[in-house]
Design a protein around this ligand. Structure first.
Ligand code: NAD
Ligand code: LMR
Length: 327
């Protein structure tokens, strides 16, 4: 292969999401079949044995795109010259918990990893935070990496976007791949606002095809918002394959390109839509080769304004709750 390898770090690499993620990255599903990658896998010291097993299996796949790999328990080693980082490693919630209940347990991980990224990663690194609560963990990592641009960081809201798209496709009786201009606003939590007011399929408005506001408010929004808990209830463990798939989707659209298609990404606010600067807020974007452009100026009606405020207030509270870690 002629291209030089892209260096990709994955944290929590011995965990269940990573088990569904690293093989797809190594196979070319992220960057294409002609782009070699070097994987650096980070996990805790006691997980190094399990990581060795993951590396044995990666080796046994004989992926032509896998140009090298290493395992480590040191974030600075993991992030050395990283072009892309998936921050997955964190505790998942169990039944009856909300994602923000993990803030205490997981926040510290992201100060340490933010500092390590600041010190060791490529200056153009693209960092996707998956570990929950993802938006505020991404905010912590970004604030802990003052030498990197805020544009280097995003949090995953793509799983919610994909969940919303599947549900809308089922309701409208259309192919999920035809849906455009869907938006998930705000936090990866039950307060998120999946919004299909602008969505289209084949040039037709989904809102007109569905035309059922009661379903939107009483079924669609709460079902998408609580889908993670429903998966935990059914599976006894939090989503893994769909989370890994969404991580691939979000990073691929970010670093390769969304080709004009709107996708939802949680990115550091620039003040648009009245969201205070730096809060990691899900918004519609297009992206091309690592550069994200917000879709701005979308109109808010009374209900949208209300939903938007709820998810924004939650993110403000989470930001305030971690302020002491960033002082
Ligand atoms: P898991 O418990 O299977 O794996 C987590 C891994 O992270 C473990 O191997 C653990 O040893 C490792 N880890 C813990 N602390 C670490 C640290 N400081 N450095 C490196 N590695 C560390 O969990 P999982 O199911 O893979 O989920 C991981 C996270 O992703 C959870 O917080 C979960 O809630 C979250 N998640 C987010 C989304 C989303 O849409 N944003 C979707 C699904 C899951
Ligand atoms: C999800 O949405 O599936 C994940 O965030 C896991 C969880 O805790 O809900």
């Amino acid at each position: 292969m002629e291209k030089s390898p892209v260096r990709i770090a994955v944290t929590g690499a011995a965990g269940q999401i990573a088990y569904a993620l690293v093989f797809r990255i190594a196979s070319g599903a992220l960057l294409g079949p002609d782009q070699p990658v070097v994987l650096t896998l980070l996990d805790l010291p006691q997980m190094q044995g399990a990581l060795k097993g993951v590396m044995m299996e990666l080796e046994d796949c004989a992926f032509p795109t896998l140009a090298g790999m290493a395992a480590t328990d040191d974030p600075k080693v993991a992030f050395r010259d990283a072009d892309i980082a998936f921050l997955v490693g964190a505790r998942p919630r169990g039944k009856g918990m909300e994602r923000k209940d993990l803030l205490g347990a997981n926040a510290e991980i992201f100060t340490v990893q933010g500092r390590a990224l600041n010190e060791a990663a490529s200056r153009d690194v693209r960092v996707l935070v998956v570990g929950n609560p993802a938006n505020t963990n991404a905010y912590i990592a970004m604030k802990s990496a003052p030498d990197l641009s805020p544009a280097c960081f995003s949090a995953m809201i793509r799983l919610d976007h994909n969940r919303a798209a599947s549900m809308l496709a089922g309701k409208a009786g259309i192919d999920v791949g035809t849906i455009e201009k869907l938006v998930v606003w705000g936090n990866h939590s039950p307060t998120m606002y999946p919004d299909y007011r602008f969505a289209e399929s084949g040039g037709r408005k989904l809102a007109a095809m569905i035309d059922d506001e009661a379903w939107n408010r009483e079924v669609f929004i709460p079902t998408v918002g609580k889908r993670g808990a429903a998966v935990i209830e059914a599976r006894g463990a939090s989503s893994a394959a769909s989370a890994a798939n969404a991580a691939i989707d979000q990073m691929r659209d970010w670093v390769v390109g969304s080709h004009g298609k709107w996708v939802s990404m949680a990115i550091a606010s620039d003040g648009s839509y009245g969201v205070p600067e730096d809060i990691m807020f899900g918004v519609p974007v297009t992206a091309e080769r690592g550069v994200v452009t917000r879709i701005s100026g979308l109109a808010m009606d009374e209900f949208a304004t209300e939903r938007f405020a709820i998810t924004l207030n939650e993110l403000k509270e989470e930001r305030d709750a971690v302020a002491h870690l960033l002082a």
